[in-house]
Design a protein. Structure first.
Lengths: 590, 374
């Protein structure tokens, strides 16, 4: 096998070009001398595929939009940009407040129900934004259960007598997004609070800081990088959303891309808006990267005694409980209760329809295929860096992870022309070789959809596998190589058995995110191909939200799996090598 | 790639023991030559023009402070990193040169790490069998058991590495490295993760095993005493270069530079001047070594070389530390005020400021040209 003959390269590639004496080869010379490995080439190909939609957008956008741009500039974009910024600011404030507050309460204090809330606070993570929007649209409808109940309580008869603020507004959108997206901040900051050493808090107390003082002067500044990371992830989710904002009547940039493309059929204009939007994303990514810069320094506080929880008085304990329970109820319990009631009603009336079964199979099928591909590609990227960590391979890995920051709508738009071009090529090739054309094979087979999923969620696969690889000391690689294993053998006999838990959890995350994905699915699916998510969206556009309840509930249930994974993650991570050792006993060595 | 491990001759395999049939004969006493090797990490030269020879059956210690490049050199020999320049030859075969590069899995070198690098998902026996893939499994198992018996660990064959103590893990790592009969075994600080008492025992056992098998070995260590105990030859490294190679006695008694002298022992350094074959210092006059140029120089005297001598030079007693077998005295040279250390026994009670007369045997004085002034 040709890969075996490949010379192994130094673990750290010298970055500097020739420096006179002692550096006989120039920059180019060094790369040539080491030779590009098959792995590096494969990584480069993957990175190119991931970057392709962005390049296509650039070409599309620069190609112009006819005379649409002045119209967009004058009437569409100012409002869309304004709305999007307001939404981002609002959601940012909400998720930061809820996430940080609840994280601090469950880490620093002990109160009745705390242990239960600590993981229950993760639950809204299972709730996609479009599902919570549909649920609340129905729940809060003038003739829905909440308003009817309220009127009944107050003895009012007509909906006109009780005018509540409409959920179909920017404010409503911010609230709903806040209640499902805060867990990103909660997870990150809770981890950071856990790491803080008790001595810091005790020192602050002896220096005269009260409970609030400790929180604002010690805990919060230390958790700031985590808050920024969590909030930027939440905001990326918010920007990605199409389903919820459309039905809540909030005209964001994402939505204007969607309408410019679908309603006006102006790809160039849509691409131009998309490029504008990528600027917003870039700022978010920048904030996240900038925040992570400090993570290492904060991570130094690891050693030492952990913070022990303080007991709260019954009253304060109840308030803490209420504060933590509120987002769980609003972001998970209420909408799920609604979905369950509606789903049970429908199941009782009509039973389980064939449609829902085929939609589930569609969802699971494309998600599973995309997961397997994302895992294989992620393995190639991370193993390349493992084999040969140099600026080039690390850059390729980072480029290939860019898809997560690209909203599904933008991604679909960017994939459209490259995939169409590929389809035409395939068609011509098939015509020449087989005598009949293949038509739009990629779009008709769902290949386009799977490509979009892989591009968008490759980050999770790469990130998960990278964490797995980092736990394996490099000396194991060197020992394996000197004992006669070539790179592929090393991967197979040493790495894979050891990173199997990481592979499983990364795969699960990718799988569930594919199941939940809506915008790209809507735009790239084959004709008449319904998944659970598109079915929910379809029912919602017809105004019959409750008919989508079974599908919506199914998506939420799938979404609960990674939540449970995250909730139990801390416990499993320590025992990784041992448990791997035991399960592998029978298979290895053959 | 497996071909290199198989015996090439077509002799009647039936009469040979299993090991001889599957493993290269006599590979253990390998001959390693390193010629003018250079390697960089970023802008930092990690290995700067290093040449070294390890004769068959010889144990060579790479000695140096952390960051001097000794571990990098080991990785270059193993082939897990590729040098920018220079050649490495194993048993006369060029494994690394300007045009050739043999990947580590085809080199036939054994590697033992400071953290032992045992595969946590494999049992002890499976760890040892990892490098024995090119033969039927039962042969591999038998060879692995033989190797484990050799390090007295056969009864732990089916345990997992995390169940063993540090010393046992170290021995598993050794057995695993030796099982495929490498031509040279490379050990990176193999004893430094063991506690003090265990270290002595394991070290003696390991070296005895290496000697018994007649294996060529390169052992990296930062501990000069360890190097002197185990090595046939020591290569002392500093800032990516080998500053001196020789037997432990040569390096200890005839250091090539002040750096080497300092590395093996705490020394007193006294400024002096060389003139006409004579060296004048605040501790007396000594004959200069041959070819010593006139000018400023440094006298290097070990604390043990200073003894009471009625006819010696007067020094002032400052303080003393009781060390058991002898005392460590701090003494002041009256003229310059410099403090020197001496190790003496039976000096009796002394008072601060009391004047002693000490002498230094001329043959134990080491003289170096003043490094600061060129």
């Amino acid at each position: 096998m040709s890969l075996d003959q490949r010379p192994s390269q130094p673990a750290e590639w010298p970055i500097h070009p020739s420096r006179g004496i002692g550096a006989p080869f120039g920059f180019v010379g060094r790369f040539m001398r080491g030779g590009f490995s098959g792995w590096t080439v494969a990584s480069a190909v993957i990175a190119c595929v991931v970057m392709m939609p962005l390049l296509a957008l650039l070409v599309l956008g620069l190609g112009g939009s006819g005379d649409l741009w002045p119209h967009l500039m004058a009437y569409v974009l100012p409002e869309a940009i304004g709305t999007t910024l307001l939404l981002l600011v609002g959601v940012g404030l909400m998720v930061t407040t809820i996430g940080t507050l609840t994280a601090w309460l469950v880490t620093a204090y002990d109160f009745a129900g705390r242990r239960w809330l600590e993981w229950a606070l993760l639950l809204p993570l299972a709730m996609p934004t479009y599902i919570i929007a549909y649920s609340y649209l129905d729940l809060l409808h003038p003739i829905g259960p909440l308003q009817s109940g309220l009127r009944h309580l107050l003895g009012l008869s007509s909906p006109r007598d009780l005018l509540l603020p409409d959920i179909r507004s920017l404010g409503g959108c911010v609230l709903l997004f806040g209640f499902v997206l805060y867990p990103y901040v909660y997870i990150a900051t809770r981890a950071m609070f856990h790491m803080q050493v008790a001595s810091l808090v005790e020192v602050a107390h002896t220096l005269g800081a009260g409970r609030l003082g400790v929180f604002f002067r010690v805990a919060l500044p230390l958790a700031r990088p985590a808050i920024a990371v969590g909030a930027s992830l939440a905001l990326m989710e918010a920007v990605n959303d199409v389903g919820a904002s459309e039905f809540l009547g909030v005209r964001t940039i994402t939505l204007s891309i969607y309408t410019t493309w679908i309603n006006r059929s102006n790809l160039g204009g849509a691409a131009q808006i998309a490029l504008l939007m990528l600027l917003v994303i870039m700022v978010l990514v920048g904030v996240e990267r900038y925040a992570r810069r400090h993570q290492r320094y904060v991570g130094n506080a690891r050693q030492g005694r952990r913070l022990s929880r303080q007991n709260l008085s019954p009253l304060a304990g109840f308030m803490a409980f209420a504060a933590c329970a509120m987002p769980v109820v609003a972001g998970f319990v209420l909408p799920v209760a609604y979905l369950v009631v509606e789903a049970v009603t429908r199941l009782r009336l009509f039973g389980l329809s064939d449609d829902i079964i085929s939609q589930t199979l569609h969802s699971v099928g494309v998600a599973a295929l995309a997961t397997v591909i994302a895992l294989v590609l992620g393995l190639v990227l991370t193993f390349t860096v493992r084999q040969n960590s140099n600026p080039l391979t690390r850059l390729l890995q980072r480029l290939a992870s860019f898809g997560y920051a690209v909203p599904g709508t933008v991604l679909a738009l960017g994939l459209l022309s490259p995939l169409a071009g590929l389809d035409h090529g395939l068609d011509a090739l098939s015509l020449a070789l087989l005598g009949h054309g293949s038509g739009l094979f990629l779009f008709a087979s769902g290949g386009a959809l799977v490509t979009a999923y892989v591009v968008r969620f490759l980050t999770m696969s790469v990130g998960g596998l990278e964490t797995g690889f980092q736990r394996i000391p490099p000396s194991l690689d060197q020992a394996g190589r000197t004992l006669g294993a070539n790179p592929l053998g090393l991967l197979w006999r040493v790495h894979l058995p050891l990173i199997r838990p990481a592979v499983l959890s990364a795969g699960l995350l990718v799988f569930v995110d594919c199941m939940k994905e809506l915008p790209a699915t809507l735009l790239l699916r084959p004709l008449n191909f319904e998944t659970l998510a598109t079915h929910v969206y379809g029912e919602a556009s017809r105004g019959t939200y409750e008919d989508g309840s079974i599908a919506a509930l199914a998506i939420v249930l799938f979404g609960l799996v990674p939540v449970m994974l995250i909730a139990g993650f801390g416990k499993n991570s320590q025992t990784m090598p041992q448990s791997a050792a035991k399960t592998d006993r029978t298979e290895t060595g053959s | 790639m497996r071909a290199s491990f198989l015996r090439s001759s077509t002799a009647d395999t039936a009469v040979l023991p299993d090991e001889e049939r599957w493993l290269p004969r006599g590979r253990c006493a390998g001959f390693l030559v390193i010629e003018n090797v250079r390697h960089h990490y970023g802008a930092l030269p990690a290995i700067d023009n290093v040449s070294l020879t390890v004769a068959p059956g010889e144990i060579v210690c790479l000695l140096g402070a952390s960051g001097c490049g000794k571990s990098t050199l080991l990785r270059l020999i193993a082939g897990v990193e590729r040098p920018e320049q220079g050649r490495i030859l194993l048993d006369g075969r060029e494994v690394c040169g300007s045009a050739s590069f043999v990947p580590p899995e085809q080199r036939g070198v054994g590697l033992v790490f400071q953290d032992y690098a045992l595969f946590p998902h494999l049992s002890v026996a499976e760890n040892v069998m990892f490098g024995l893939r090119h033969m039927p499994k039962e042969h591999a198992r038998a060879l692995a058991m033989r190797a484990l018996t050799r390090v007295s660990l056969a009864r732990y064959a089916d345990d997992y590495p995390h169940m063993l103590s540090g010393g046992e893990q170290q021995r598993v790592a050794l057995a695993r490295a030796l099982a495929p009969r490498p031509s040279v075994i490379l050990m990176d600080e193999p004893f430094s993760n063991l506690d003090q008492r265990l270290r002595e025992t394991i070290r003696e056992q390991t070296i005895a095993l290496l000697r018994d098998e007649g294996i060529s070995a390169v052992v990296v260590t930062h501990d000069p005493e360890e190097a002197m105990q185990i090595a046939d030859s020591i290569a002392l490294m500093h800032a990516g270069r080998i500053v001196q190679t020789g037997t432990p006695e040569q390096l200890y008694n005839h250091p090539a530079s002040l750096f080497v002298a300092r590395f093996f022992c705490d020394v007193n350094e006294v400024e002096a001047v060389c003139r006409n074959g004579q060296i004048d210092s605040s501790l007396g006059r000594f004959p200069a070594p041959l070819a010593m140029p006139d000018g400023p120089c440094v006298l290097c005297i070990r604390p043990q070389a200073i003894a009471s001598d009625r006819d010696g030079v007067p020094v002032e007693f400052v303080s003393r530390q009781f060390l058991g077998h002898d005392d460590r005295l701090r003494l002041r040279i009256p003229g310059t005020g410099q403090i020197i250390h001496a190790r003496m026994s039976d000096v009796g009670p002394l008072k601060t400021g009391q004047v002693l007369s000490v002498g230094i045997a001329p043959e134990s004085v080491m003289v170096f040209a003043d490094e600061a002034k060129g």
